[in-house]
Design a protein around this ligand. Structure first.
Ligand SMILES: Cc1ncc(COP(=O)(O)O)c(C=O)c1O
Length: 386
């Protein structure tokens, strides 16, 4: 019996990071030392509070139950207090915060809460794949907005207000993966206004809010004028606290948007394990000293990587935020060919920009996954394929 593949699945491109674990395993099986700067998983220590609280939670029967959508009140309270400390805005823990099983599912599920088949989602290109995945699987038209070097990789608000079609959802991500581009609050105010003019929901992905350097402070949708009414902001424990595998994040935003996303999720999942929410609350309660130290380590990595890569002639600037260096492919090869050659010849994993969207062609992404003393060796290997 041959089972027909539904159109939405048939037309879904391969996930950009899907082949990386196999590629790495194959090279390691050949006995080669792989330098993996592919996925954004820095592997730095998690907060002690996470470990302690999870161990305690494991012994508490009331935390073994179904979490359901609203989850642990103590977690939502900790989110509200954290957001208040960071941005001076008091959210309602009952209606304006929603626990997520990592922010990825929230970003993708939001498409089902906002889009009708045939309506349009605006998606930054290059960009995080679940924006496209969610909107495409929801049957919507996906309209890619190119992030151009000449615009500093920032989507001009006018591209949102002038977009054609029945625009219902706009994904934006600053600090940006993969380009490292950053914006200020004035920009967030302008995109809120642009989304309002389209009656579109703004999905503001702030996964890298806590990885910023040199005195830069990424703005939040909750600080923007009319920000909560405009949409939702997404936060993650993955990057801020190195808890990628724990799968914990949150959405915050206007009560109506939160309620719609929650309703979709109630048919799809039953929320993150309460013990992990308990640990997440403990982490947020003591977040600041950890974040300072984590950022200092990443800044050291960033500076070492930028110095080593610049020395071999790569053209790049130190990003003010995120875990990523984004730079033009040296020479005439496509980003995919260059990344493949680097992988096969030198066992170095970088992401080809084209894997993150057509407009990413011509660029490579390196994640700051190695300790500061690892980038000279990466640079040596890159130099050998040049
Ligand atoms: C831009 C962006 N948003 C969201 C996420 C999702 O993080 P998580 O689902 O682990 O919370 C990532 C992870 O790589 C990301 O790069």
């Amino acid at each position: 019996m041959s089972v027909s593949v539904p159109e939405r699945l048939r037309t879904l491109p391969p996930y950009p990071l899907a082949g990386l674990p196999e590629a790495r395993a194959r090279l390691e099986a050949e006995g080669r030392e792989v330098l993996d700067l592919g996925a954004g998983d820095p592997g730095l220590p998690i907060p002690d509070a996470a470990r302690r609280a999870l161990a305690e939670a494991a012994g508490r029967p009331e935390l073994q139950r179904y979490a359901f959508q609203r989850g642990l009140p103590h977690f939502r309270r900790a989110v509200v207090d954290f957001m208040n400390r960071r941005y001076g805005r008091d959210l309602d823990p009952d209606t304006e915060v929603l626990p997520l099983i990592g922010s990825k599912e929230g970003l993708a599920n939001l498409a089902f809460a906002t889009l009708d088949p045939g309506s349009t989602a605006l998606i930054p290109d290059p960009g995080y794949a679940p924006y496209f995945g969610g909107a495409h699987l929801a049957g919507a038209r996906t309209q890619r907005v190119p992030l151009l070097a000449e615009n500093g990789f920032v989507v001009p608000p006018r591209e949102i207000s002038d977009a054609d079609g029945d625009v219902r959802l706009v994904y934006l991500n600053y600090p940006n993966n993969p380009t490292g581009a950053c914006v200020d609050l004035e920009y967030v105010n302008a995109v809120v206004e642009a989304c309002r003019s389209q009656d579109a929901v703004l999905a503001y992905d702030n996964a890298y809010a806590e990885i910023a350097f040199d005195g830069y402070r990424p703005p939040s949708l909750v600080e923007a004028e009319g920000g909560l009414a405009a949409g939702l902001e997404f936060h993650s424990f993955s990057k801020s606290f190195n808890m990628t595998g724990w799968r914990l994040g949150w959405a915050c935003g206007g009560a109506e948007h939160i309620s719609r996303l929650s309703r979709i999720k109630s048919f799809v999942d039953t929320g993150p394990y309460l013990g992990i929410q308990y640990a997440g609350a403990a982490v947020l309660d003591e977040a600041e000293p950890y974040l300072e130290q984590n950022t200092a380590q990443l800044r050291e990595r960033r500076d070492a990587a930028v110095a080593a890569f610049t020395e071999i002639g790569l053209e790049l600037k130190a990003p003010k935020a995120t875990l990523y260096l984004w730079f033009p492919v040296p020479g005439p090869a496509s980003s995919r060919d260059f990344a493949l050659r680097l992988l096969e010849q030198e066992a170095v994993i970088l992401l080809p920009g084209s894997g993150l969207g057509e407009a990413g062609e011509g660029f490579l992404r390196a994640a700051l996954t190695l300790p500061a003393d690892g980038y000279r060796e990466v640079a040596r290997r890159i130099a050998r394929v040049l």
